[in-house]
Write a protein that binds this ligand. Structure first.
Ligand code: CA
Length: 223
């Protein structure tokens, strides 16, 4: 899951980014509204978190502009103001959810999870492909009951593949949803990640789940 965070306050932005990264989300931060708009146009984010009070513009305007540009990612607005009128304006501008600062990080994360699920129309926090199971709440991964320890990046990669099980996933799709702006060495390390992930999930199993599709990408499929 790749998230765009549009927040001008550097401390708050880095706090949120750190918290989300610990939960295995991939996060890009824009400190200006204009930068956020640009990033949202060039990357297909799974969620956009948008602060209402921005120095160069207003989050509500950005929200409207994102919708006008047909960007359909869920938008989660953050604001310091707690008035019903502001909430209504935010939702009318095309936001999916709204949270007032200061907020509990636990509640914030629960809403992020709900919005990401909404994006792929799924209920619950578990993903299942054959006997491979991933719990998005606890980050526990197991195959046929055997617990598998994954690094944050391996987890993010597997989660993306499981969300697109039985579809061919291209390297570009993975680069766009699992890696972020800071990660420029994608081509060099990518195959290493896939190799490691494959050896962890398919090791000792009768049927491999992760397949390479030559010249195209990868396919995670049941049997
Ligand atoms: Ca702000």
């Amino acid at each position: 899951m790749r998230i765009l965070l549009i927040e001008d306050e550097v401390k708050i932005a880095s706090f949120i980014k750190r918290g989300l990264t610990e939960e295995n989300y991939t996060v890009d931060v824009a400190n200006k509204g204009e930068d956020g708009l640009y990033l949202a146009e060039v990357h297909p984010y799974d969620l956009i978190i948008l602060d209402v009070m921005l120095p160069d513009t207003n989050g509500l305007l950005i929200c409207r502009e994102l919708r006008q540009k047909k960007i359909t990612a869920p938008i989660f607005m953050l604001t310091a103001r707690d008035s019903v009128k502001d909430k209504v304006t935010g939702l009318d501008a095309g936001a999916d959810d709204y949270l007032t600062k200061p907020f509990s990080f636990e509640e914030f994360l629960a809403r992020v999870r709900a919005l990401c699920r909404k994006a792929d129309r799924r209920k619950g926090t578990k993903l299942l492909v054959a006997d491979l199971e991933l719990d998005q709440l606890t980050h526990a991964v197991s195959r046929a009951g055997r617990q598998i320890a994954l690094t944050a990046k391996e987890y993010a990669l597997l989660e993306y593949l499981m969300l697109h099980a039985n579809e061919v996933v291209t390297r570009t799709m993975i680069a766009e949803h699992v890696w972020n702006e800071d990660f420029d060495s994608f081509t060099n390390v990518f195959d290493v990640y896939v190799y490691r992930l494959r050896s962890k999930i398919d090791k000792g199993a009768k049927k491999p789940l992760l397949h390479s599709v030559r010249g195209v990408g990868y396919l995670l499929k049941e049997g």
